[in-house]
Design a protein around this ligand. Sequence first.
Ligand code: DX5
Ligand code: ZN
Length: 219
Amino acid sequence: MTAPLICPSILASDFAKLGAEVAALEAAGADWIHVDVMDGHFVPNLTIGPDVVKALRPHTTLPFDVHLMVAPVDPWLEAYRNAGADVLTVHPESGPHLHRTLGRIRQLGAKAGIVFNPGTPLNILEDVIDLVDLVLIMSVNPGFGGQSFIDSSLRKIAGARRLIDAAGSHAHLQVDGGVTSANAAACVAAGADALVAGSFVFKGGPDAYAANIAALKSA
Ligand code: DX5
Ligand code: ZN
C-alpha cells in the first residue's frame, strides 16, 4: 500500500506565525496544506479569508487544499483560486447547483473536491463523480479542530472508495477530523489515500511536526 498524502490543517497552527508554520510543515514532510475556511454561518466558526491565503502563497511550494465551509460558496471560488488555491473543496449543502459549482472550479483551473458531512448521504457522488478530483469524508461535524473521530466514518470511507472505483475515477479520497496515528491505518485500509490532521500534527510544536507527519504516513 502506498503511503497516504498528509495534509496538515493550519487551523491548529499558531495564527500569529502562519508563514513560518506553512514553511515548517513543508520542511517536515507535509504533502498538501489544508486550509479550513469557515464563515460563521455554514459552520459556527470564522477563520481564513482569501487575503490570508494569498499572503501565505510565497511561503511554501506545497499545494493549497482549501476546504470551503461557506454558504453560498459560489461567490468565493474565484477569490480563493486567485489567492493560490490548488484544490477547492465544497459541501453539497453550500449552494443550489452542485454540478455547476464543481464545473466552475475546474474551469478556474483548480482541482474540484466534494465533501460529505457525517450526516450527508454519499449517493450524490454518483451524479457528479466525473466532475471531481477529490472526495473528502468528514469524520467529525465541521466547525472546529480537536474533535474525536466518529468511528462510523470508516464505513463511509469504504463506501466512497467503492463508488470511486466503480466509476473508474482517479479522484483522491481524503479524510478530515480527529485523524491520529491510532486511526490513520484504518482510514487507509478503508480506502483513503489522503489524510487531513490538525491537532495531531501540531502537538508538541514545530520540533515535533516531522515525527507527527511520519507517524501518520507510516501508520
Ligand atoms: C473541521 C476541519 C478540520 C479540522 C481538523 O471543520 O475541517 O480540518 O480542523 O482538525 P483535527 O485534526 O484537530 O480534528
Ligand atoms: Zn477541513
